[in-house]
Design a protein around this ligand. Structure first.
Ligand SMILES: [Zn+2]
Length: 355
């Protein structure tokens, strides 16, 4: 009779000890253990029964007691399970801050990437990785080898809609004007190892031939990549836009030597000290100032002018150049004296121009 309370106490202590094992113990394990102890108890019950065969009343009472003990054991097991769950719940919030404390660095790491993204991570990649380091304009990484450097650059070698081209013999028509919806925008400047690139805040659009494209970034080449009737220019700005389907449209603004240009000066003022680290400008720029006054243009279908030289890019080259001072051109020259891909074969492409 007295064995049961002792057994129960053992069971209770064992279960409590287990419950304190910590977060590693699974909830099912202690319950299993408790039932094992119950089996042990019934074994002992049998021994007891056989030794006291004659005393039936006592036996009944013992059976009753055993039943009660079983019920009690079940109740205790149930209660312990609840206690254990409470304990786990208490521990759970302790674990979460650990996760959170790991989170901030992840978020911080992602942030600059995100910033670059509007500006262009996608476009940077699309533009052939103005971010990648292996290709360039001279030596082994020169444009003659771009196509061989990576299978994904195959178009650089075998494409028939490549850019830049020498723009000549355009068909003069009343071209649909490019509707520029450019505004005062925040920006950052990055030296990506191939050019100086300005990533602009969202919200600047062009609409042309019924399609709307958002400005992602603009960057510079020296000398100009495109030629007009064989003529090269000091520099060119490429304004890279993307529509909702990911199609690219690049507006090229040719640069001549002349008066200083305020917007370009703002870019030069924010030149980063280190490569591949975007410098966020404290001021905003009015992007419409990058455009010439007259808005006539040439247009043709071409490609990225950097690896992977992907085709399907709508090119619009403004007929009227803008001016930079000799000093401003000199600043870019110190960084990138030559970052222009040579002109590519036209393959009889249609070129249209504003009349
Ligand atoms: Zn470009």
């Amino acid at each position: 009779m007295r064995r049961y309370p002792a057994l129960l106490l053992t069971l209770l202590l064992a279960s409590f000890a287990h419950a304190n094992d910590g977060p590693a113990s699974s909830p099912s394990k202690p319950i299993k253990q408790a039932s094992a102890k119950e089996d042990g108890a019934s074994e002992k019950k049998d021994t007891k029964k056989s030794s006291k065969d004659k005393e039936k009343d006592t036996k009944d009472a013992a059976a009753k007691e055993a039943l009660q003990a079983d019920e009690l054991a079940a109740k205790i097991a149930e209660r312990l399970a609840v206690l254990r769950k409470d304990k786990e719940r208490e521990e759970a919030p302790k674990a979460r801050p650990v996760v959170r404390s790991y989170a901030p660095p992840v978020v911080k790491k992602a942030e600059p990437k995100k910033e670059a993204e509007h500006g262009t991570a996608a476009i940077v990649a699309a533009m052939g990785g103005h971010g990648a380091l292996h290709w360039g304009y001279q030596g082994e990484g020169s444009p003659l080898n771009w196509g061989k450097m990576n299978p994904s650059n195959a178009k650089c070698d075998n494409g028939d809609r490549q850019s830049p081209i020498d723009i000549r013999d355009g068909i003069k028509v009343d071209l649909d004007p490019i509707n520029f919806d450019y505004k005062l925008s925040g920006f950052n400047v990055i030296d990506n190892g191939h050019t100086i690139q300005v990533n602009v805040a969202a919200g600047n659009f062009i609409t042309v031939m019924g399609r709307s494209y958002e400005l992602m970034q603009f960057h510079f080449h020296k000398p100009s990549e495109e030629r007009i009737n064989g003529k090269s220019f000091e520099m060119v700005v490429h304004l890279v836009h993307k529509d909702a389907d990911g199609k690219l449209a690049v507006v090229a603004v040719l640069i001549e030597r002349g008066k200083a240009h305020a917007l370009v000066q703002l870019v030069w003022n924010n030149l980063p000290l280190e490569k591949n680290e975007a410098v966020s400008a404290l001021s905003a720029m009015d992007l419409s100032n990058i455009l010439p006054l007259k808005r006539g243009y040439y247009t043709y279908m071409g490609s990225l002018t950097t690896p992977p030289c992907s085709e399907g890019v709508l090119w619009m080259v403004m007929k009227e150049p803008i001016e930079l001072s000799a000093e401003q051109i000199g600043i870019f020259h110190r960084l990138y004296p030559m970052n222009a891909r040579p002109v590519q074969k036209s393959f009889g492409r249609m070129i249209k121009e504003s009349s």
